[in-house]
Write a protein that binds this ligand. Structure first.
Ligand code: MMA
Ligand code: CA
Length: 174
């Protein structure tokens, strides 16, 4: 959760940025709430532009995926993503799957997904426990029969059930 301190800092930074930006665009420099929102929107899209250019974020249907470029086991990945205010990447459709696959190809490293085996071996659910509406298993996967509780994404975007202790690319969603 966003602590009041962090919230205050973010707003402080936002107003600082607003003041800077208003100098560059005097016509937009007003005191109204609409101007403030416009300025914030402008600053956010610039930051997103930089991150996209650097290959650090992708987007699908309003969801943003991001990587640190580092590898970690499944539980560390879940923790790192939560510490960043997001969650481990969990594709809900082909578009989101492709947005995650971009990093897997770019870094040539498989990534863990936010999907785990349920109490029924061979049945996989999202981390919230919800049924999967979309899957993209590699042929003859899942194959672990209760021995491979996590799911990794291959370079071609397909999925494999896998033990959770491997080092895989950290990809989070926001
Ligand atoms: C490995 C492991 C499994 C996967 C098979 C596919 C031998 O086990 O990655 O999760 O299903 O390879 O051959
Ligand atoms: Ca497997």
């Amino acid at each position: 959760m966003l602590s009041p301190q962090l919230f205050h800092k973010i707003f402080g930074a936002a107003f600082f940025l607003l003041a800077c930006c208003a100098q560059d665009f005097p016509s937009l420099a007003g005191n109204g709430m609409e101007d403030i929102i416009l300025q914030l929107d402008y600053q956010i899209s610039r930051l997103e532009g930089v991150l996209r250019l650097e290959g650090k974020i992708t987007e699908s249907g309003g969801k943003i995926f991001a990587t640190s470029g580092k590898t970690a086991d499944f539980y560390t990945t879940v923790q790192k993503c939560e510490e960043a205010g997001g969650s481990i990447a969990t594709p809900r459709n082909q578009g989101e799957n492709a947005a995650i696959q971009f990093f897997v190809k770019q870094f040539k490293k498989y990534a863990y997904l936010g999907i785990k085996e349920s109490l029924l071996p061979g049945k996989f659910c999202s981390l919230s426990g919800a049924e999967l509406n979309y899957t993209n298993w590699y042929s003859n996967e899942p194959s672990g029969k209760g021995e491979e509780e996590c799911v990794e994404m291959y370079t071609d975007g397909t999925w494999n059930d896998k033990k959770c202790q491997q080092n895989r690319l950290t990809v989070c969603q926001f």
